[in-house]
Design a protein around this ligand. Structure first.
Ligand code: SF4
Length: 351
């Protein structure tokens, strides 16, 4: 869909179409095609006069996405490589949770917010490729629409945790999330929408002022400064002390719990000292710690910590009153790590 068109409210569309000489109800019709039916072409808008469809097509050139590759995991996770209209590729993941009868209970979509990423985190396949460009809101929404169609099931949750740092594309990400949240569109509850940042303080401060109750997740990965700096070099100028202060203010302003993401990496950030540092970082914060095994990526020496270590961390953090979960990797039998599937595809296209 066209990025300008998707951002127009029903009132703005009605104003535009009346200024073109059409009756007011045409605004509502176009709005419904864009937001309720997620039309991919103006020809589909069958109840509009032909000349209006032609004028819309001229004013709002379409920017559709296409499926380039799809892998299905044994656990039901589906990973997609999506080709944008300029040929750039991004990854999107659909993660269903099933009921006992095999039907889908919840469907979470992990969307990308940028093509590539400039943050260069050492454990991330996307970080190796650098930034190509920001995604438009329409391209973020198109990822959700594609997964919804592929599963033929309503999307219930969004995590902006795919490729890219969402706070470096703040405006377009927030525009997309507002549309996904709107009851005239996907109607996904704000609390079921999570923005995951590597800890950009300006973005955290800005999100604290938004009226929507979106959930904030911060990739911490170490509460020891020099370790975090080497894992996430591009946020090294923002100290853990400043990050904690920003989170404290965010929690105070929004009264919302923050999720701290922590990839457990064997021999890197999984010692008792690391655990103690994390416990201290959490002190006084309304937070939930989400421990995750690092995904092994080709050419990287990083390996996931053992299950015993993960169990020990969950027990210790819980003993200190810190709500903790250990999430096993979804889709680990496919190219699970962010950026892996796309990189593999790009390499095979180059060969
Ligand atoms: S982990 Fe996220 S922020 Fe870091 S390089 Fe990868 S995509 Fe970017």
């Amino acid at each position: 869909m066209n990025n300008e068109l998707i951002k127009l409210s029903e009132a703005e569309l009605t104003d535009l179409l009346t200024s073109w000489g059409y009756p007011r109800f045409r605004g509502k019709q176009v709005f419904e095609w864009v937001h309720r039916h997620h039309a991919r072409s103006f020809e589909e808008m069958s109840n509009l006069p032909k000349e209006l469809r032609a004028r819309l097509a001229e004013a709002f050139p379409l920017n559709n996405v296409a499926l380039s590759d799809r892998q299905v995991s044994q656990d039901g996770t589906r990973k997609y490589v999506i080709e944008l209209s300029d040929g750039a590729l991004v990854e999107t993941v659909g993660m269903p949770v099933f009921k006992n009868d095999g039907t889908i209970d919840r469907l979470t979509v992990c969307v990308s917010s940028q093509v590539g990423c400039p943050m260069a985190c050492s454990f991330c396949a996307t970080g190796r490729e650098g930034l190509t460009r920001n995604l438009e809101a329409a391209e973020i929404i198109a990822q959700v629409a594609l997964v919804q169609n592929d599963f033929d099931n309503r999307v219930s949750n969004i995590v902006v945790m795919g490729q890219g740092e969402p706070f470096l594309n703040y405006e377009e990400v927030l525009s997309a999330l507002r549309i996904l949240n709107s009851d005239q569109d996907f109607n996904i509850g704000a609390r079921h929408i999570t923005i995951s940042t590597c800890g950009l303080i300006a973005g955290i401060d800005r999100l604290a002022k938004e009226p929507e109750q979106f959930t904030l997740a911060v990739s911490l990965h170490s509460a020891i400064q020099h370790k975090r700096d080497s894992l996430m070099p591009k946020v090294s100028q923002q100290s853990l002390t400043l990050l904690k202060e920003a989170l404290r203010v965010y929690i105070q302003k929004t009264n919302r719990r923050v999720t701290l993401e922590y990839l457990l990496i064997e021999g890197v950030n999984d010692s008792e000292k690391d655990l103690q540092a994390l416990i201290e970082f959490c002190e006084g914060l309304l937070c939930h710690v989400n421990l995750l095994p690092v995904n092994a990526i080709e050419g990287s020496p990083l390996r996931p910590a053992s299950e015993e270590t993960a169990d020990h961390w969950v027990a210790s953090l819980s003993r200190h009153g810190i709500e903790t979960s250990f999430r096993r990797s979804r889709g680990s039998d496919i190219d699970g790590a962010c950026g892996q599937l796309k990189n593999k595809l790009t390499q095979s296209q180059l060969q």
